[in-house]
Design a protein around this ligand. Structure first.
Ligand code: PLP
Length: 426
C-alpha cells in the first residue's frame, strides 16, 4: 500500500506531471498538434553534427569509450571534467574556482531537488542536531518562476514566492522586476532562488537586481541560488546585457540540456566547498554517481573553448532569430483588437503572453487551444507559493518558440483567432 508522506508529496497529480502527461498524450493523439508547450531545445543541425562527431571519436578510441561507460564516477563527478569546468569559468569570468567548487548532478532538475531540500524544511540545531521547532523556507523573490521547483520540497509549505512588479516598457511589451519594497525576508528564509534567464517569462534579472539580491543574501548569511540553465557562458540563450555573477555565497546551477543535450542528464553546480560537499554526499545516497556520457562528450569543447564559440556564434543567434520571428508573428496575429502584452524577450526559449482583459482563465484558454491543435502552457502553473491570490496568475500563457517558425506562425493565428472568439462570446 502506498500511504506514506513521501508518496503523498511526490506521486500526487503535480503541475509538472499534468503538464508532461498532457504533452505526451497530445503527441500521440489524432489531432495535428503544434507543440509550443514543452521546454525541449530546438534541434540545430550544426550542433547535432558536433555531438555525432564526438560520439564517433569516442567510439573510435577504445580507451575513451571504456572511460565513458565502464566505471562509476565519484559522486561529485568526473575529476577531469570538474577541473575543466572550474578552469573555463575562471578564464571566462575570473572567478577563483577549483574542482572543489564544482559538482555534477543527473540533470539540473535533480540538482534543484537536492538544493531546495538542503536549504528548506524542518530546522535542526547545529550543535545538538535536534529540531528547534522552526521551518526553513526558500524564497523565490520574483513570481512567476519555473514550474519545476514548485513540487520539489519534501516538506509542504517550504517554498514561498513574492509577486513581481510590472513595468510597462513600450507599446505591447512589459517586464517583471523584483519588488524590493515588498520583499520582507524573515528569519525563516534560508535561501533565495531565481532563474536567470527565467523560464517561463524570458525575463533576465538586471545586474542591479542580482547585486541587490546577492547583497541581501550575504548580509543574512544565506545562499543565493541562480539557475543559469539558459545563461552564459553556455548555452548563452540570452539577448539582454547581463553580467554572469558568482561569489562564495552564490550557488550557480548550469546544465548541458539547453545546449542541445537534454537526454545526457548533466547538471553542473558551482558553489562553496561546503555546499559542493553536501551536494555530493546527497548524490551518493540518491544516485551513487552521475552519468558520465555528457561530461566526456563536452570535455574537449570545454578545454578548447569551442563550447563558448558554439554558444555565441551558433546557439545564441539561432534563438535570437526565432525569438524575433515569434514576437513578430504573435504581434501580427493579435493585431490591434486584442488587448495583450508580451514580456520583453531577453532569453530562454519562451514568449510570455499577458492577456489582461481575457474573460476566461488561461487554463480555459489552454484547453480551447488544445482542441484546435495548439499546445501551450497555461501560466497559472508558474504562480505557486504566493501568500495572496493574484488575478494576473490567470491571464498569461507560456509559448515555446524553439519550434519551426512556419508552424509557430500558424499557431499564432489560431491563438489570436481563439482569443477573438472568446472575446466575442463574452
Ligand atoms: N531550470 C530551468 C529554468 C529549466 O527551464 C529547466 C528545464 O527546462 C531545468 C532547470 C531543468 O533542466 P535539466 O534537468 O534538463 O538540466
Amino acid at each position: 500500500m502506498i500511504n506514506t508522506r513521501f508518496a503523498d508529496r511526490f506521486s500526487r497529480k503535480t503541475g509538472i506531471l499534468e503538464l508532461m502527461d498532457d504533452m505526451g498524450k497530445a503527441i500521440d493523439g489524432e489531432t495535428k498538434m503544434r507543440m509550443l508547450g514543452g521546454g525541449n531545445p530546438a534541434h540545430i543541425p550544426a550542433v547535432n553534427e558536433i555531438w555525432r562527431r564526438r560520439t564517433e571519436e569516442i567510439l573510435a578510441n577504445g580507451a575513451e569509450l571504456e572511460r565513458t561507460l565502464v566505471n562509476y564516477d565519484t559522486p561529485q563527478g568526473k575529476k577531469v571534467f570538474l577541473e575543466s569546468m572550474a578552469g573555463l569559468l575562471d578564464r571566462e569570468f575570473g572567478w577563483k574556482l577549483t574542482s572543489k567548487n564544482v559538482a555534477v548532478t543527473n540533470g539540473s532538475q535533480t540538482a534543484f531537488f537536492i538544493l531546495l531540500n538542503l536549504f528548506s524544511g524542518t530546522r535542526v540545531s547545529e550543535d545538538s542536531g535536534k529540531c528547534d521547532g522552526g521551518m526553513n523556507k526558500v524564497l523565490f523573490p520574483l513570481c512567476p518562476e519555473y514550474i519545476g521547483y514548485a513540487d520539489q520540497a519534501v516538506e509542504a509549505g517550504a517554498l514561498t514566492t513574492r509577486p513581481a512588479k510590472i513595468e510597462l516598457t513600450r507599446p505591447d511589451f512589459y517586464k517583471y522586476h523584483v519588488d524590493f519594497d515588498n520583499l520582507d525576508i524573515d528569519d525563516d528564509i534560508a535561501a533565495l532562488c531565481v532563474s536567470r534567464p527565467t523560464n517561463p517569462t524570458g525575463n533576465v534579472l538586471t545586474d542591479e537586481e542580482v547585486a541587490k539580491l546577492a547583497g541581501i543574501a550575504a548580509s543574512r548569511d544565506i545562499p543565493f541560488i541562480i539557475d543559469n540553465a539558459y545563461g552564459a557562458p553556455f548555452p548563452n540563450i540570452i539577448f539582454a546585457e547581463a553580467t554572469p555573477y558568482w561569489d562564495e555565497n552564490v550557488v550557480l546551477s548550469m546544465s548541458l540540456s539547453k545546449l542541445g543535450l537534454p537526454s545526457v542528464r548533466t547538471g553542473i553546480v558551482v558553489a562553496s566547498e561546503e555546499i559542493i560537499s553536501a551536494l555530493s554526499a546527497c548524490n551518493a545516497v540518491i544516485s551513487l554517481s552521475n552519468g558520465s556520457f555528457g561530461q566526456v562528450l563536452v570535455q574537449p569543447l570545454i578545454d578548447s573553448g569551442d563550447i563558448l564559440s558554439l554558444s555565441r556564434n551558433v546557439i545564441q543567434p539561432f534563438y535570437k532569430e526565432r525569438s524575433d520571428q515569434a514576437v513578430a508573428a504573435l504581434r501580427d496575429a493579435l493585431g490591434s483588437e486584442v488587448s495583450f502584452r508580451i514580456h520583453e524577450s531577453e532569453g530562454s526559449l519562451f514568449l510570455w503572453l499577458w492577456l489582461p482583459e481575457l474573460p476566461v482563465s488561461s487554463a480555459v484558454l489552454y484547453e480551447r487551444l488544445k482542441k484546435r491543435g495548439v499546445l501551450v502552457v497555461s501560466g497559472h502553473y508558474f504562480f505557486y507559493g504566493l501568500e495572496e491570490k493574484w488575478d494576473h496568475a490567470d491571464e498569461c500563457l507560456r509559448i515555446s518558440y524553439a519550434l519551426d517558425p512556419a508552424e509557430f506562425e500558424e499557431a499564432a493565428m489560431i491563438i489570436a483567432d481563439e482569443i477573438r472568439r472568446i472575446m466575442e462570446d463574452s
